[in-house]
Design a binder for this molecule. Structure first.
Ligand SMILES: Cc1cc2nc3c(=O)[nH]c(=O)nc-3n(C[C@H](O)[C@H](O)[C@H](O)COP(=O)(O)O)c2cc1C
Length: 190
């Protein structure tokens, strides 16, 4: 089994909701064991990351960057950076915020640079925005037009009602895509 971890912080459940859709998509790839992990539970034991083949990192966008708990998790991996314990593993990122842009790109950039410093292999969100093919905007895959990672826009309702269907659909496809890449790289390495 290839081991993939979806690692996230969520204060009010919106990032957690998208994380669950990503997990559902990834679990559709045969041979993939998917764990859903909170940063709060990992910050004290970052060595646990070495057991995984790939990671999908998720944080809400707070003031144009990752949230403080997510940054604490990243900083806790300093010793792993020194011995390059995560080198060659797959990494991808997602973020949730309330505004259509909301400076979400900065959050993804933090995750990208973190992953590059660890020598990991970054995987993006390779889906063309479906509204260009006539799909209604709210239902369109990658409607927010983000390729470097997954972006989702949360309304102010409860997490289950806060997202356009296009964003949850993109999340499932994104999880499936990253799990497929992990599987392909593992097969090539075997
Ligand atoms: C301190 C703070 C800063 C925020 N900064 C931004 C921001 O820069 N851009 C944005 O679009 N939304 C911003 N938001 C809104 C959150 O990204 C949004 O509510 C998100 O859904 C929270 O995710 P969560 O429910 O998983 O905690 C901010 C919220 C808080 C509490």
């Amino acid at each position: 089994m290839n081991k993939l971890a979806v690692i996230y912080h969520s204060a009010h459940g919106h990032t957690a909701h998208i994380a669950q859709h990503i997990v559902d998509g990834a679990r559709g790839v045969p041979g993939t064991d998917v764990a859903l992990l909170r940063v709060e539970d990992l910050a004290g034991s970052p060595d646990a990351l070495t057991a995984y083949d790939g990671f999908i990192l998720g944080s809400p966008t707070y003031l144009g960057g990752v949230s403080a708990p997510f940054k604490a998790f990243m900083d806790a991996t300093g010793r792993l950076w020194r011995n390059q314990g995560l080198k060659g593993k797959v990494a991808a990122g997602f973020t949730v915020s309330s505004l259509p842009a909301g400076d979400k790109q900065s959050t993804l950039m933090s995750m990208f640079v973190f992953s590059m410093q660890h020598g990991m292999v970054w995987v993006g969100n390779p889906f063309l925005p479906e509204q260009h093919q006539g799909v209604p905007y709210d239902e369109a895959v990658n409607r927010l037009g983000s390729w470097s990672g997954l972006m989702a826009q949360a309304g102010h309702g409860s997490p289950a009602d806060a997202f356009a269907p296009g964003d949850t659909k993109t999340a499932r496809l994104f999880g499936q895509h990253v799990a497929s890449v992990v599987k392909r790289l593992a097969a090539e390495a075997a």
